[in-house]
Design a protein around this ligand. Structure first.
Ligand code: PHE
Length: 310
């Protein structure tokens, strides 16, 4: 605004310089030529100065705006007081961190799953008695709410060639009567490693290391033989819980085993060349052991008195 006022006062139609230049007409010819030349020089210099000053001002203003309104997208977000992470989420993060540190990648899969992946590709054909191990919620004749995260074993192997090292956290569902250690919906974390030369020692080493990371070196770990149609041999792994009520002193936290040659062949891997291990663990059970929670149903009851403790 000040610059514009200045322009009107000096260079405007009634401005001071304009007045002087107009007055030239009264001078005689020689004077008019000299003064006229000087006057035009002065006018050009002033106009140039005016323009430069205008440019400087708007550039300075842009720089100021850029500075004041700058957003540094690399800054971490500030925590907002909206509550806390659900204990299941906290434990899931601990579990996935432990396996990521050992070189596993995280993948996720669909919760509504084909019978084909949930059972058939896992060496559990129609009519196989092992289907009774999973009480299934059917969506229609070929789709179900997945009863475990194991269908992702086949989905992953169909899409990549070995070496494979993945974990699959996700929700599972079973048509189940609930009690203190059984819910009809719950999380699992599946694990799968396939390569040349993988042995049962790799399975035990990986799962011991996992237990050490989550429970420390003092807690005891037990492997027992168990049966799952998609592994051979199959085991389950338990953590000691001698104070746990109603338990035998051990709580089972996962099933595991060496990937069955039929599962490998089913996805087109050569079982003579590749071996691998798989496991499926229950994060809520792990949270129960870590924090001394006595009933799995607390996780889904949305009781703030429970949730606020974590
Ligand atoms: N999917 C099995 C279950 O839900 C657990 C499991 C996974 C067992 C991988 C062996 C290997 O019971």
């Amino acid at each position: 605004d000040e610059l514009e006022q200045w322009r009107v006062r000096i260079l405007g139609r009634r401005g001071e310089l304009t007045g002087i230049l107009r007055g030239l007409a009264q001078l005689d010819l020689e004077e008019r030529r000299q003064v006229g030349a000087l006057g035009n020089q002065a006018k050009a210099a002033l106009e140039e100065g005016l323009e430069k000053r205008g440019r400087d001002i708007s550039e300075a203003r842009l720089a100021q705006v850029a500075d004041l309104e700058r957003i540094d997208v690399t800054l971490p977000g500030r925590p907002v007081a909206t509550g806390r992470l659900h204990p299941t989420t906290q434990v899931l993060r601990e579990i996935t961190d432990a396996f990521v540190a050992m070189g596993f990648s995280i993948v996720e899969g669909p919760e509504v799953e084909w019978d084909h992946y949930n059972f058939e590709m896992l060496n559990i054909p129609q009519g196989h008695p092992a289907r009774d191990m999973w009480n299934t919620l059917w969506v229609d004749y070929v789709n179900e709410l997945r009863t475990h995260t194991s269908p992702m074993q086949a989905r992953v192997m169909e899409s990549v060639q070995p070496p494979v090292r993945v974990i699959v956290p996700g929700k599972c569902y079973r048509y189940e009567a609930t009690d203190a250690t059984h819910e009809w919906h719950f999380y699992q974390v599946e694990g799968l490693a396939v390569d040349e030369g993988i042995t049962f020692a790799d399975l035990k080493g990986t799962l011991y290391e996992f237990a050490r990371r989550l429970f420390g070196t003092e807690r005891k770990v037990r492997f027992r033989c168990d049966y799952f149609p998609f592994v051979e041999p199959g085991v389950d792994m338990s953590i000691d819980c001698f104070s746990c009520e109603g338990s035998s002193g051990w709580i089972e936290i996962m099933g595991a085993g060496m990937v069955h040659p039929r599962v490998l062949a089913g996805v087109g891997y050569d079982p003579e060349k590749y071996t691998g291990f798989a496991f499926g663990l229950g994060p809520e059970r792990i949270a129960m052991l870590k924090y001394g929670i006595d009933d799995i149903r607390h996780f889904y009851s949305n009781d703030l008195r429970f949730l606020r403790q974590f």
